[in-house]
Design a protein around this ligand. Structure first.
Ligand SMILES: Nc1ncnc2c1ncn2[C@@H]1O[C@H](COP(=O)(O)OP(=O)(O)OP(=O)(O)O)[C@@H](O)[C@H]1O
Length: 259
């Protein structure tokens, strides 16, 4: 059985049907990209999957358990992690301390005072930092990190929870092209080696085509296409939605308009 099975998920805001009967599945270790123009419903989908937003209807089975109706914290505890468009780390703490905080939280030890916290889970924090290529910066304050390094740290923080599914909302937003490739190679490696499934949204089509096993295209709340990069590239409806038809997906293109 698939790790994640989403069935007829829907959400309206007033008269706007933001997500309309969305159904899909995600396998262990799979990188699935959810793409679509601005306002297509991607964030709304994500917010329902992790419990931040109540669905109007539908079902989200994660490893056989229903997530709809559960609180975000409980969904997170079940192993659904999330990284944000805006990086969420503590600027005054060191890189290592940020990961230690996440590990404390994972182990249900957040009642500890920080003085104790800084002495806990150091080895595990370093292992995670090594995994994301940040061990050499472990003692630096988070506030002075370059943006790309913050994103790596954010990934380590998400991994501290031992997720089996990672929801990544535009993980490479604001990064230089080279950094984008490096971050997504890292994520793809982790997905395969540790069998973590990744559902991500992304506007950079180079990133999407290079690093997803499968893609889903959302338009006006509905999935209009699912398939491999080649399937999606050659899909006339997708081209129409993104490009107004007629053209091809160019290298470096960011798909943002035509909602
Ligand atoms: N809290 C809200 N209240 C009212 N309308 C909303 C709300 N959140 C989203 N919408 C509307 O729902 C639709 C889908 O929005 P959503 O943010 O999910 O799209 P998106 O694909 O994530 O867009 P983007 O790529 O710009 O982030 C849009 O029409 C949006 O205006």
């Amino acid at each position: 059985m698939s790790l994640l099975v989403v069935r007829v998920l829907a959400k309206a805001f007033g008269g706007v049907q933001a997500v309309k009967d969305v159904s899909f599945h995600l396998e262990a270790g799979e990188m699935l990209a959810l793409i679509g123009p601005n306002g297509a419903g991607k964030s709304t989908c994500f917010n329902m999957l992790n419990g931040q937003l109540a669905a109007d209807k539908g079902s989200v089975l994660f490893d056989g358990r229903e997530l709809i109706g559960q609180r975000p914290r409980d969904i997170w505890r079940l192993g659904v992690g999330r990284t944000f468009q805006i990086t969420a780390t503590f600027a005054s703490m060191t890189v290592r301390e940020n990961v230690q905080m996440a590990l404390l939280s994972h182990h249900g030890e957040l009642f500890s005072f920080w003085r104790r916290a800084s002495h806990r889970h150091g080895a595990e924090a370093d292992r995670l930092l090594d995994r994301v290529g940040m061990l050499h910066q472990a003692d630096r304050a988070c506030g002075v990190l370059a943006y790309g390094d913050l994103k790596r740290l954010e990934l380590a923080v998400a991994l501290a929870n031992g997720p089996r599914l990672l929801l990544m909302d535009e993980p490479t937003a604001g990064m230089a092209p080279k950094e984008r490739v490096a971050l997504m190679e890292l994520v793809a490696g982790i997905a395969k080696e540790e069998q973590v499934s990744v559902l991500f949204t992304e506007h950079d089509m180079d990133v999407v085509f290079a690093h997803s096993d499968r893609l889903m295209v959302l338009n006006r709340g509905e999935i209009i296409a699912t398939g491999s990069a080649d399937d999606i590239r050659s899909n006339d409806l997708v081209k129409e939605v993104y490009l107004g038809g007629g053209t091809t997906f160019d290298t470096g293109r960011e798909m943002k308009s035509h909602a």
